[in-house]
Write a protein that binds this ligand. Structure first.
Ligand code: CTP
Length: 403
């Protein structure tokens, strides 16, 4: 019950993603939170207040001028009687109102009146997200201290358009709320951490690339778990479709050489956790133009060249962090391969997982790992990638404490 006793004021504004808010309410309540819903009139066009109220097991507040609601609770109390205000989905319109301090309905009035932390999960058409007006509003809101989770890349529900604008998944939103409300011990306060995550994309030509099945889930979860223990985290992420973790500085890169440069520019640090599934090879000379097929001509062969090994570079760097952690994705001889990797890459710990196709780990949500250090091996039971992250973060904190 990570959110036990916490009171979340959930503002649902009018976008197609409002249907995901129903799941979000369940997930928040599963973790022990009390959810009090506020719906804009637009939101009520997409989901009914009956469904929202039933899932939240609370009255749904919709009207600024409701005599009954004002007598019972009142909009100022609504804005303050909670631990956090969550807006999901947050439409371009609501964000614009917030950025300008408008208060012409219950949701915007509550947002102007609240003194609680506010998290917004934007959802809109990619062109609306990219519009200079929205960019400006987001910038203002960030400066005002509003935290954002998402949006993510992907196909829109209402059209076949793809791009940034999809609302973050309910579980990512819950993780963001947990991070912000976490009052646990902060043993990593004052420590700097660098985490790599996701795959890399190595171009073949302007439209094709070499990639792998990494989703970034494990690396992103580790970045969030280190931040939850108080670390100042820089996450260097390859192309992924999951949301940037809240409370973490996220740098987006595509290729291995860009990832290496971003990691090196984030040094010095106390902790490095290299989780990214970096492509070992890239195409020796990527074509500037799309490679065309010509009937009757031979099929092209790709000459590959080695990519920089980021973990090895960091493990042997003059600014080597005190604790360097690598991952080993193995399909056989998991332990002996991981031991060899520990030595070769100059790491203190290797988190080894068996990614043989039967396990479904790559791209999945669960993981079974062995932690291999110079002083022995720990086998952890199968668990959720978030739990692996939490345990690894506290192991890292223990190691640094023992120094
Ligand atoms: N890694 C890295 N840069 C690379 C390749 C790997 O930083 N160019 C890091 C990964 O982030 C991971 C660790 O090295 O922490 C192990 O990656 P893995 O691909 O399992 O090992 P390899 O060194 O590629 O060895 P092999 O291909 O033999 O398994």
């Amino acid at each position: 019950m990570t959110l036990g006793g916490k009171r979340i004021l959930l503002i649902i504004s009018g976008g197609i993603a409002a249907y995901k808010s129903l799941d979000l309410i369940r997930r928040l309540r599963d973790r022990g939170a009390a959810v009090r819903p506020v719906m804009t009139s637009g939101a009520q066009e997409f989901v009914t207040s009956l469904a929202v109220g039933a899932l939240a097991a609370d009255h749904v507040f919709t009207d600024l001028f409701s005599r009954q609601d004002e007598q019972d609770v009142g909009h100022i109390r609504l804005a303050r009687d909670c631990d956090l205000v969550l807006i999901a989905p947050a439409t371009a319109d609501l964000l614009a109102k917030m950025a300008n301090g408008l208060a012409d309905d219950l949701a915007s009035t509550v947002l102007l009146a609240t003194d609680r932390p506010v998290v917004a999960a934007p959802a809109m058409n990619p062109r609306m997200w990219a519009h200079p007006a929205t960019r400006r509003n987001i910038e203002f809101l960030r400066r005002d201290g509003i935290r954002f989770v998402g949006p993510m890349a992907g196909e829109m529900a209402e059209s076949r358009e793809a791009g940034l604008g999809r609302m973050a998944e309910p579980l990512d939103i819950v993780a963001a709320v947990e991070t912000l409300l976490d009052e646990g011990p902060k043993p990593l306060l004052g420590r700097k951490a660098i985490v790599t995550s996701g795959p890399t994309h190595e171009p073949i030509d302007p439209v094709r690339y070499i990639a792998n099945r990494s989703s970034g889930r494990q690396g992103h979860a580790i970045a969030a778990a280190l931040a939850a223990l108080g670390a100042d985290v820089t996450l260097v992420s390859g192309p992924v479709t999951i949301a940037d973790p809240v409370g973490v500085r996220t740098l987006h890169v595509e290729r291995a050489d860009e990832m290496r440069d971003a990691v090196l520019s984030a040094l010095p640090a106390d902790i490095a956790v290299m989780v990214a599934a970096v492509a070992d090879w890239r195409v020796a000379s990527a074509a500037d133009q799309k490679i065309k097929k010509h009937p009757g001509e031979s099929i092209p062969t790709l000459a590959l060249t080695e990519n920089p090994d980021i973990l090895r570079t960091v493990g042997h760097h003059t600014l080597r962090p005190k604790l360097v952690v690598g991952f080993a994705a193995e399909t056989e001889h998991v332990e002996s391969n991981a031991r060899a990797k520990l030595e070769r890459k100059g790491a203190d710990l290797i988190v080894a997982n068996d990614v043989s196709s039967a396990t479904g780990i790559m791209g999945g949500t669960r993981n079974t790992v062995k932690i291999i250090g110079h002083d022995g091996i720990e086998q952890w039971p199968e668990m959720d990638k978030n739990e692996v992250a939490t345990r690894l973060a506290s192991l890292i904190a223990d190691r640094l404490r023992q120094e």
